[in-house]
Ligand binder design. Structure first.
Ligand SMILES: [Fe+2]
Ligand SMILES: [Fe+2]
Length: 221
């Protein structure tokens, strides 16, 4: 795990993330890796995808997607380890418990990494037909905390959450044997299958997804 953390720190410094922020998130990421190495590796991949998307689109500076990408699943620190490590056979109760990782993550980061807390609220929000948490949960979690933000910052935060959700979805369906899209026979999806599912499940982002595949950011370089 040390080499991955070192790599994350090196990239963070290159992207000019403040030393104080690095000092806050490194212990959190170490704790996440100790709990479930797959989730730490996934978080790092989502962060690198975010940085690549920033570089390719010039929509936001690289570190604007990098830090929230690293921290988007930090709430899994508070999720039961057995459930976290399950790859199939989730029951309703497991799913409900797992979904809480968004709220836990927001609460862990609020006050220390506000932009990440805001963006991560939205990383499962846009999921087709089953997004969570719900709009009304925003106030329950954050209260009036973000009222001080300008509309521009709120729009940017939500959009960064959307971009992270696309990277998150991509990584989730391409790095783990998949049962959802291959019922009864968990297996890794092919490049074309993954691309089709990406578009089907994220129709509003079809243009971006196709461009990211064309650029080799998705689908292997
Ligand atoms: Fe998540
Ligand atoms: Fe994730």
């Amino acid at each position: 795990m040390k080499s991955l953390i070192d790599k994350i720190v090196k990239t963070s410094r290159e992207l000019e993330v403040k030393a104080g922020a690095i000092d806050i998130f490194v212990p959190l990421l170490e704790a996440l890796g100790n709990k479930d190495m797959y989730t730490l590796e996934h978080s790092a991949r989502v962060a690198y995808l975010g940085a690549d998307i920033s570089e390719f689109t010039h929509l936001v500076p690289k570190k604007t997607l990098w830090v929230p990408g690293l921290l988007h699943d930090i709430g899994k620190l508070a999720v039961n380890q057995e459930i976290l490590k399950k790859t199939s056979g989730f029951n309703e109760e497991d799913m409900e418990h797992m979904k809480k990782h968004v709220e836990y993550g927001c609460r862990i980061l609020l006050g220390t990494a506000d932009f990440s807390a805001y963006a991560l609220f939205f990383h499962h929000f846009f999921k087709k037909n089953s997004g969570y948490p719900k709009e009304e949960d925003f106030k329950k979690i954050f209260g009036n905390y973000f009222d001080k933000w300008t509309e521009g910052t709120k729009i940017l935060g939500k959009y960064c959450g959307r971009l992270i959700s696309v990277s998150d979805f991509y990584d989730a369906i391409t790095t783990r044997e998949n049962e959802k899209f291959s019922p009864g026979k968990p297996r890794l999806l092919t490049r074309e299958e993954a691309k089709g599912i990406m578009v089907q499940e994220n129709q509003d982002q079809e243009y971006l997804i196709n461009r990211l595949y064309d650029a080799g950011i998705f689908g292997g370089k």
